[in-house]
Design a protein around this ligand. Sequence first.
Ligand code: G3H
Length: 262
Amino acid sequence: MRIPLIAGNWKMNNNIHESISLVNNLIQLSNDFNNNVEVLVCVPFTALYSIRKLLNSSNIKLGAQNMHYDEKGAYTGEISPLMLKEIGVEYVIVGHSERRQYFNETDESVNKKLKSSINFAIKPILCIGETLEQRERKIEKITVENQIINAFKDIKAEDAVKVVIAYEPIWAIGTGKTATSEEANEMSSFIRNVFKELYNEELAKQVIVLYGGSVKGENASELMNQTDIDGALVGGASLSAEEFIRIINFNQQYEKVNKEIL
Ligand SMILES: O=C[C@H](O)COP(=O)(O)O
């Protein structure tokens, strides 16, 4: 069974003080959380240690937004999987489009990071997705397929299933434009097909596929209740505890909307 995952990616926002305050708000409101959803916050490196201590008394998981693939070495300014492990980081985002676009993240480094995070038992969230130009040229599926094939090079099925996929159409990130629930579900279903071809049908059914790109409280329930979408990678809206909780509780809204319709 695929447990829904709602992951907040704070990106380069919140100093330590602001991070503590946001997480304290989340913890205070966590009694209201949808119990069937796994909740994760991916915070800046500088806040990881303080937030780890706060989260110890909660069910909220802790993630990092990037890591180097080597465990140590002469890589000035980088953070290793061992360092993340030492703090108790459970998840790491790999290959976010902003890292591919601004920091020369390549398919090759993404592949190395996936292997390394699996090796260190840090669950990777692999981001894939097409640009607006690629969608307009109708090459969004082949783009996403190639990203998967390259990212999973030499990764065995028993490890591949540990990777969470986040489908994030780049044109929907931080723009207020969301893919329609049909577009997002169609791509998520296509992603499962790629895994079926690359590995097997069982793995294709098991892999967790998130949607990311301007997810908010108001659109979460429709997106999350699509057959092939298992949750969300949330940027801007995860910076507000109230808005993030609206997303976490997408099912309650969905049930409420359905009851109102009935
Ligand atoms: O990692 C999160 C995504 O880039 C989505 O960001 P957004 O929700 O601000 O569009």
